[in-house]
Design a protein around this ligand. Sequence first.
Ligand SMILES: N[C@@H](CCC(=O)N[C@@H](CS)C(=O)NCC(=O)O)C(=O)O
Length: 236
Amino acid sequence: MITLHHLNHSRSQRILWLLEELELDYSITTHMRDPKTQLAPQSLKDIFKLGRSPVVTIEETDKPTIVLAESGAIVEYLATRYGKPELRIGAEEDTYADYLYWLHACEGTIMPPLIAELVMGKAKAKKKPFFVRNIADKVIDAIMDAYYRPNGNENLAYVEEHLAKRHAAQETFFIADRFTIIDVMMLFPLEAIYATRSTQTPSHIRRYVDAMHARPAYIKALSKGGDYDFGPQTAA
Ligand SMILES: N[C@@H](CCC(=O)N[C@@H](CS)C(=O)NCC(=O)O)C(=O)O
């Protein structure tokens, strides 16, 4: 039995979506973020020491239970062990190098500036004594402007250019002529951008996100996972 340890408003939405695409039997244990800190609760740390979501546990008769974290590892595992092989790109395919690049770049390159923006935004919003507020905010802005903001903007432009080429070639999916686990990985940062920037989001990213959001398995996953801030935006 596969159990998804789902954290509200988090990357575990990726796994929920993939489980639906794979039409697998699974159960969901939901862990709610601490409303004040937004961090994962102790119940998730009890499953996986670092307390990060997603985590899946896999129990099979006569085998030790597997506890697997890291969304990239989970999508590879599920697609390989239970999947439709077409959800991965094989080493013999022309897009294999692209596949490896995006599989790793998603968490390694695209996500970090987005997380920095989120964390620094929270630091700015935090109450501080008035005599340090200005200086603290300036330091935060300086850090963001020196690295994370330009970095995030370059990433966004790169992804937009990539998707513009895909759309010009009449392709819907991120790297292949079919749905793959790269779509599962890449949608999360792109839908987070779309949800926060709305119509300021570059047009090819919007078109891509809308296409993924229309997939029946995505819609089913949304209905199973509960509240999700980055799902389809009704008033965009
Ligand atoms: N690179 C990891 C990141 C995991 C991660 O940081 N997940 C966030 C949710 S999106 C989390 O668990 N946050 C709660 C916390 O840090 O307490 C992955 O892709 O799974």
